[in-house]
Design a binder for this molecule. Structure first.
Ligand code: ADP
Ligand code: MG
Ligand code: MG
Length: 929
């Protein structure tokens, strides 16, 4: 059996690893190796990296190391000692090392690192003697006891801090740097005594024991709660990012005096993206001091330093003497560092986040990685780097996280503003919302009319609340998941919403909202961050986004690259216009029932539902016809030249009926019938399981006059506009079809109306329309080859398809899905991220079978997944013609579609060839300003 290699060396101008070996060596280990060797050949202290394979073995073996590791580590330690000319634990001239964590994807600060390892009661004397700097040696020793004691041995950090504080306050000093050698020695003595009390044994003196203790602690930190939570929040898949590597490397010392220091540097500004060097450093300090914030770090560049001084009201004289920039205090080192960052950025072709240490005036590089950045910074850097010729357009487009665009499309909270977070719910619809608390939709409307900004706080919302939701700046609900009514409606409008916030207590009677110990009343200010789910106290200031500039440039490149169209789900002319601004190439889902809630209309729809017979229904439908025709006219105008998919009535009728006595009374009066009769009718519409009940095409089949009215509205609007010279492309979509017979039945009605009107308006040959269906019932997907004999297009309604394939009611998942995610029974909420293995296979089957009988079958998706990047990529691969999503997610889908084209070009091509399908593209999006 070939011997497995576990350890990889770097140093002395060469390395066994390189940047491509991140999955094995972690980002830190791989990049240290890359920096150490040619062509970069940067000053990196020598060391070795124990691979991530060992981390996996370690957990598999029940926290034991694989056989042979100890020998291999011993061999590499020996090589390191030779390289440095020092030995670990040597009493005269000890080698000190750091033991560092590092996964394949950076998880800043989440795992552990131990510095100054190898010091003990004897070697500290050797170090003091050899460096002729006892203060430094004792400072290093006390740091080591503290870090090792805390990280490897679990002694409470505060117990160490208490000792330092005691010594400092005894002498009346503030800064660690003011501690004298004797005081550091006193601290070491006290640390060791405290350690012994806590652990019941002496602080380990044997460097081998220290080394293996530290290695175990670093591997152990992979599974510490903070790291686990970080992976969960950042969606880091443990099947891909499999563990941490451990890097053991020679120490360099930033705490050796005034010609030493340590710092962190960014090759560009990570919050704005501006192309200027941005870095901070501390003189006479070790790495952890910068992060811990125990002293105010100084700026590296003179310009940065002056800006900082101005912001902090510090005079130029004081700045120069107390907080000089590195550019001023160590110009030689500064020049070197500038040279290094330029080299690194050119090499990695991305913004670098670097750690460095200066020891006695010599620069050492300790880490580099592609830096984290805000969404605006990511966009600016990507565009700048294309202009600089550093990267291609494809790289620029590929580099931006589609979901992060949310941050650019909605107002955001001013990052500089202070905030008090009360609790967190689901980040249901992104954006920043800030207003006064109201507890009912009516109040929301009334307050808004008076010019107030309000946040609507509800246990949950229902379709009757939409007007109030529209009036509110944001919506907060106690119940409901990501696809609850509040969440879906809010996302559609780009309105901020935090849903499923189970920590809040709402008392409608007293009009109070209780969160923890904070009780708020109606009218109190509250702020919601729909991008994070945070609920904040009071009024947090916001800033507005811009769609032009660098963002527009990235979008233009994305459009050039992508191969599928992006449409929007929009129900009103207003939404349609917003979506055009975001670049939508048509409407993929227009939910006609959403038009029924506005103002007077709800009365007419109620009249229609409450009517006893066809005549009564037709009378009410006639009144609705006018409204629907106007709506479609507005939508077709906004979408001139782009296709518009209109779905016929879908929800169960009971969603429209008046449930409250006062509304029942109004209807009774309106229709000149008794309240009892109204109530009886409402009760008769009650269904045990409405989502599986009388809805979708089942309504159209039982009440054909409804379909007929809707078709009449659609084609009247279409014919009139066509006559005026507009290009109208209606696509009538029949919902909830499970059998081809249902579709045939409804199609006949629509077709009859369409042909009659086209003749009447004399627009034959000018108005082109399609009739198709939603594929949202598993049976429809399975029998797609039958359905496609009637359907000219399929639109996958993946909300219902997911609901029916999993058998999860999407309005009720809040009670178990969070637990499923915790226990890893589900990887994602399937209503947010399309389940490619299950539901996705029905989709694949549907597309393939559908096109097997009708190769030119147009295929799209209109579920919530249409704007979710991984789902968009899936649709791209299967050969979809378009995806459709809520207006504010259109740019996200455009970018995801472009990334799909870059990543999966050939898979799509193969599928299209098998399906004998040529993609049907709408005209390119010309964004109207
Ligand atoms: P993290 O991943 O939390 O940043 P690191 O392993 O990068 O942890 O180390 C923490 C700090 O210690 C950093 O500032 C780093 O630069 C510093 N450091 C790590 N190894 C050494 C070393 N060999 N010599 C000097 N400083 C070091
Ligand atoms: Mg680091
Ligand atoms: Mg549906």
């Amino acid at each position: 059996m070939a011997k497995t290699k576990y350890v990889y060396y770097f140093g002395d101008g060469d390395a066994e690893g390189d940047e491509t070996m991140r999955p094995l060596l972690g980002g830190k280990g791989a990049n240290l190796a890359q920096m150490a060797k040619a062509p970069l050949s940067l000053p990196v202290p020598s060391g070795f990296t124990i691979s991530i394979d060992v981390c996996q073995e370690y957990y598999k073996l029940g926290k034991k190391y694989p056989a042979g590791l100890d020998a291999e580590v011993a061999k590499y330690l020996n090589r390191l000692e030779k390289s440095m000319g020092k030995k670990l634990g040597d009493e005269k001239d000890p080698l000190l090392v750091s033991v560092r964590s590092g996964a394949a994807e950076s998880m800043p600060g989440m795992m552990d690192t131990i510095l100054n390892l190898g010091l003990n009661d004897k070697s500290v004397l050797g170090l003091a003697n050899k460096t002729n700097n006892p203060r430094f040696a004792w400072d290093a020793y006390r740091r080591f006891i503290q870090m090792f004691g805390n990280v490897a041995m679990g002694v409470d950090h505060d117990k160490f801090e208490a000792i330092i504080e005691e010594v400092k306050s005894h002498r009346g000093i503030k800064e660690d740097t003011e501690l004298k050698t004797e005081e550091l020695q006193e601290i070491v003595t006290k640390y060791k005594a405290m350690y012994k009390r806590e652990k019941g044994e002496d602080f380990p003196q044997d460097p081998q024991k220290q080394l293996w203790g530290a290695i175990g602690a670093v591997f152990g930190s992979w599974m510490n709660p903070r790291a686990i939570t970080y992976r969960k929040i950042n969606n880091i898949d443990e099947r891909v990012i499999k563990g941490t590597a451990v890097t053991v490397m020679a120490m360099v010392f930033g705490n050796m005096g005034d010609t030493s220091g340590t710092g962190v540097a960014f090759s560009r500004d990570p919050s704005t993206g501006e192309n200027h060097f941005m870095a901070e450093y501390l003189i006479n300090a070790q790495g952890e001091d910068v992060v811990a914030g125990i002293r105010t770090p100084q700026q590296i560049t003179k310009a940065g330093s002056q800006k900082w001084a101005k912001e902090n009201n510090i005079s130029e004289a004081k700045r120069k003497s107390e907080y000089p920039s590195l550019e001023e205090s160590m110009p030689e080192v500064y020049k070197q560092l500038v040279d290094v960052y330029k080299k690194l950025e050119a090499h990695y072709r991305d913004m670098q986040d670097m750690e460095f240490t200066i020891q006695g005036g010599k620069l050492w590089m300790l880490q580099t990685r592609n830096g984290k950045r805000t969404a605006p910074a990511a966009v600016k850097m990507a565009v700048d780097m294309v202009k600089e010729g550093l990267i291609t357009k494809e790289m620029a487009v590929g580099r931006i996280e589609p979901k992060s665009l949310d941050q650019l499309l909605h107002p955001i909270f001013d990052p500089k503003a202070p905030k008090k977070v009360l609790t967190k719910g689901l980040a249901a619809s992104p954006g920043a919302g800030c207003g006064r608390i109201v507890f009912s939709a009516e109040d929301a409307g009334e307050w808004k009319a008076k010019g107030e900004k309000v946040i609507l706080v509800r246990i949950e919302t229902s379709p009757e609340d939409v007007a109030g939701m529209d009036a509110a700046e944001g919506i907060l609900t106690q119940r409901g998941g990501m696809t609850s009514h509040a969440a879906v409606v809010a996302r559609g409008w780009g309105k901020c919403c935090v849903s499923g916030c189970s920590d809040i207590e709402i008392d409608y009677k007293k009009a109070t909202l209780k969160i923890g110990n904070t009780v708020m009343k109606q009218g109190d200010w509250i702020s919601l961050n729909g991008s994070t789910g945070e609920v904040m106290f009071g009024k947090v200031p916001t800033v507005e986004p811009s769609l032009a500039g660098d963002f527009g440039q990235i979008m233009k490149w994305a459009d050039e690259i992508r191969q599928i169209d992006v449409r929007t789900n929009a129900d009103s002319p207003k939404d349609a216009k917003v979506a055009r601004k975001f670049g939508a190439q048509g409407i993929g889902l227009c939910r006609t029932e959403h038009m029924f809630f506005d103002g007077e209309r709800i009365k007419h729809i109620r009249e229609m539902i409450l009517a006893d017979d066809v005549e009564g229904r037709e009378k009410a439908l006639k009144k609705l016809l006018k409204f629907q025709t106007d709506d479609f006219t507005g939508i077709f105008e906004a979408m001139n030249g782009y296709p518009v998919t209109i779905r016929t009535l879908d929800p169960p009728l009971h969603e429209f009926v008046p449930n409250e006595p006062e509304n029942q009374a109004i209807m009774a009066k309106e229709m000149k019938i008794s309240v009892e009769k109204v109530k009886a009718k409402v009760d008769s519409l009650h269904e045990a399981n409405p989502m599986l009940g009388h809805r979708g095409c089942r309504l159209g089949v039982t009440y054909p006059e409804i379909t007929r009215m809707q078709a009449t509205a659609i084609f009247t609007a279409a014919c009139e506009l066509t006559k005026k010279g507009l290009v109208v492309l209606p696509e009538v979509m029949i919902p909830l079809v499970g059998t081809v017979q249902e579709l045939r039945n409804q199609k006949a009605i629509v077709k009859d109306v369409a042909e009659t009107l086209i003749k009447k308006y004399k627009v034959e040959g000018k108005l082109h329309y399609k009739i198709g269906t939603m594929i949202e019932i598993p049976r429809a997907a399975i029998t797609a080859n039958q359905i496609a004999t009637e359907a000219e297009f399929f639109s996958f309604g993946t909300n219902d398809l997911t609901q029916m394939t999993f058998g999860y009611s999407r309005d009720d998942i809040a009670s178990f899905v969070p637990e499923y995610l915790n226990k890893k029974i589900l990887k994602n909420d399937p209503f947010q991220v399309l389940d490619q293995e299950g539901v996705g296979q029905l989709v694949r089957w549907g597309v393939e079978r559908g096109r097997s009988v009708r190769p030119d079958l147009k295929v799209g998706i209109c579920g919530e997944h249409g704007g979710e990047p991984s789902s968009v990529k899936f649709c791209h691969r299967l050969g979809f013609d378009y995806v459709s999503c809520s207006p504010f997610r259109v740019p996200i889908a455009r970018l995801a579609a472009a990334q799909a084209a870059i990543e999966h070009g050939s898979e799509r091509a193969e599928n299209l060839k098998l399906q004998n399908h040529t993609p049907i593209r709408a005209k390119a999006s010309e964004i109207e300003e």
